[in-house]
Write a protein that binds this ligand. Structure first.
Ligand code: PLP
Ligand code: COI
Length: 340
């Protein structure tokens, strides 16, 4: 166990760990898995990742459970999404066995950085793949490197499981209507930075992006999906331009099991009037309950939580999700991979 870290107050940031794991695709095949203590990489300056954005990544978490065991949440789903992202930008997909083996290896090698049970923190696992062969013409690489690094983290939004305020602004798009929004690729995040910085400067923690075609429907919330409780139902945007969140899928399953109807559909901005709760959800954000949503262009506030307390549905879902990830409740959906 690492004694230098203040587990209960970890930020969502990069803290160096002991090792990371790498694998190279070259001459038409994936090579041996390598372990290194270095957090640097050497790259050709004409690598396709640097010029043409051939980069995709994932984000998942490992938790120390009530029984002392380490569990990785929904790793297989992240492997599958990473495959889709890679194929979406003409990169060589990482076989699921390599993805899984490397995530598990990276966690095991850095076991002393897995936060203790009860700290509220977790070990964030960040797999990433880049095109590394040189090209000046716009085309996909012939060589790729897949890496898995890990770092201990606390909550993404400073408020943790407290209400956060977000805003709607229409002058920026994160993605195009038939673009790459459903993939987890660096380019989407680069395209979101100006809007996000703008929102931060105005005092909001994230932008609730609207659909890029009509600017009529809710899309997603910065680095997280969005859901609202409307007429007692769990309502979440159905859209081709958002990342299909694995956390959101888990919450939908849990909501249904609690007897709450789940609806994935287009949601117009003015429907927020009827929302009794709302949340941003994702691996990093977990559930961040939303306090107020400011529509900047129309100077209108949608006050979701007047007392600034997380509502009953958000609270129940948050507790249930955590209980499963920490081994406090049975994992009936086989979401956890126990690291032996
Ligand atoms: N949307 C975006 C843009 C994200 O970056 C993330 C984070 O991964 C999510 C949604 C949530 O996805 P997940 O729950 O799979 O982490
Ligand atoms: C995640 O939730 O895993 C993310 O990747 C969000 C963000 C830090 C990019």
């Amino acid at each position: 166990m690492n004694n230098e870290l203040d587990w209960k107050h970890l930020p969502f940031g990069y803290y160096p760990t002991d090792f990371n794991v790498r694998c190279t695709y070259k001459d038409g095949k994936w090579g041996e898995i390598e372990v290194t203590p270095s957090d640097k990489i050497e790259l050709h300056m004409a690598a396709t990742c640097l010029h043409y954005g051939q980069e995709c990544f994932e984000g998942l978490k490992a938790f120390r459970g009530v029984d002392g065991k380490i569990r990785i949440f929904r790793m297989h789903d992240n492997a599958e999404r990473m495959r889709q992202s890679a194929e979406g930008i003409e990169m060589q997909p990482v076989p699921e066995e390599i993805f899984n083996e490397m995530c598990i290896k990276a966690v095991k090698l850095n076991e002393r950085f897995v936060p203790p049970y009860g700290s509220g923190a977790s070990l964030y696992i960040r797999p990433l793949e880049i095109g590394v062969s040189p090209s000046i013409g716009v085309k996909s690489a012939t060589e790729y490197v897949f890496m898995v690094m890990v770092t201990p983290v606390g909550p993404y939004f400073k408020t943790g499981f407290g209400c956060t305020d977000i805003c709607i602004m229409r002058q920026y798009d994160r993605v195009a209507p038939r673009g790459t929004g459903r993939y987890k690729i660096g380019g989407n995040y680069a395209a979101s930075l100006t809007a996000t910085e703008h929102a931060h400067a105005l005092g909001y923690s994230a932008v609730l992006f609207l659909d890029p075609k009509e600017k009529k429907y809710l899309d997603e919330c910065g680095p997280a999906n969005f859901f609202a409780i409307i007429d007692g139902k769990y309502v979440t945007p159905k859209s081709d331009s958002i990342l299909p969140s694995i956390t959101n899928r888990a919450l939908q399953t849990l909501a249904q099991e609690m007897g709450i109807e789940v609806v994935a559909r287009q949601i117009t901005v003015d429907e927020l009037e009827k929302a009794t709760e709302a949340g941003a959800c994702g691996t990093a954000a977990v559930i961040s309950p939303v306090g107020t949503i400011r529509d900047l262009d129309n100077e209108r506030d949608y006050v979701i939580s007047a007392d600034r307390k997380p509502g009953p549905v958000c609270t129940a879902l948050y507790e249930k999700l955590n209980a499963i990830r920490l081994g406090e409740e049975p994992d009936t959906h086989n979401w956890n991979t126990i690291v032996e």
